[in-house]
Design a protein around this ligand. Sequence first.
Ligand SMILES: Cc1ncc(COP(=O)(O)O)c(C=O)c1O
Length: 443
Amino acid sequence: MGTIETELGIDLAAFWMPFSANRQFKQAPRLLVGAKDMHFIAHDGRRVLDGTAGLWCVNAGHGREKIINAVKAQLDRLDFAPTFQMGHPMAFEAARKIAALAPPGLEHVFFANSGSEAVDSALKIALAYHRARGEGQRTVLIGRERGYHGTGFGGISVGGMTNNRKTFGNLLPRVDHLRHTWDLEHQAYSRGQPEWGAHFADELESRLIPLHDASNIAAVIVEPVAGSTGGLVPPKGYLERLRAICDTHGILLIFDEVITGFGRLGKAFAADYFGVMPDLMTFAKGVTNGTVPMGGVIAHKRVYDAFMQGPEGAIELFHGYTYSGHPVAAAAASATIDVYREEGLFERAAAIAPYFEQALHALKGLPNVIDIRNLGLIGVIEVEARPGKVGARAFDAFVDCYANGLLVRPAGDTLALSPPLIVEKQHIDQMMGTLGAALKRVA
Ligand SMILES: Cc1ncc(COP(=O)(O)O)c(C=O)c1O
């Protein structure tokens, strides 16, 4: 095996990096070696402002002592315990706190270890729910173009990102997609929710239900705000219409809240923000502030109750992971939720969101910018692709920002900002200044 030495003396060869240009990265690595509050420390000692909460996960900022101490204490007390036909207190405690934070009726928490596992769990729960109720023919799953639901076969099947799907052949059968909700002509530079586009929900009733028949459809899964394909904010009334159509036809509505959960929009969940309640909700990332992997599904009481029948000794759902409700992750979740509540971080995000919106939209008019979108503490700049080189301009802007002390997230020809909820006005000013200068330089 070859080696690739860095200044730090670390060999980069063996780690096959996820969602990365491995060869390019290893020529010019960007290594992070420390973090505190709003900043990373780069391997050359520079402070880098974290404009992305890591990867949409470090909502309370880095290096939070309360969470770290809870993790350490849990490791000292109980490093691992199984949750198959066994239990340990912290899993129940974390589930109780998550359910208490969730909208009314969403009362039962199934634990996984990532957003991808959370999505697969939610899809399986939806299928099993209909079967438990005697409608086992409901097996069609409806996702959406430009949706991202992680990388499991379930998630890429209902997802709508071409590069994540095209290579892998055997996707789930009996899956269909709604069109995505973005329209440059009618929505460009919308602040918050676009006024135009609620009718995109209608094709569920006008096209997909007539095609598959409602009696065969198990669930519709959407991200309330599509994150990974560039912050596609739902038009006003869109989610409400999806909910109403699902209700009419007995179809479950799943919100993938892996990025919108835990305060990103200034409320605990996007469901609260929009006032639209799903039957199942996935979560991950912010649940532990990114410290320890954890994900899961919050199920409405009526979904859970449908399983709780038959003989007492029967296992109701043949699904789970060795690390479902892992004690260390559960301790991290429990402490993280305390930090969110004690510091009022969701309210804080809501309070600073208008300043963030204003500062972000001030980038309008910079070279090649064709759209700016935002909601809560999600902000996205869309730039015109270089001819024949999709994604190159945004990637160059990302590298330029990093060189100048700011981490942003490139995706296609978009650049996303999703800072920790502890962000202050001075950080927002720095982000927009650095991003603006980068956009001029990469023009
Ligand atoms: C909406 C959504 N669902 C699922 C996932 C997958 O999460 P993970 O990477 O933890 O598997 C992500 C990750 O970004 C996401 O944004």
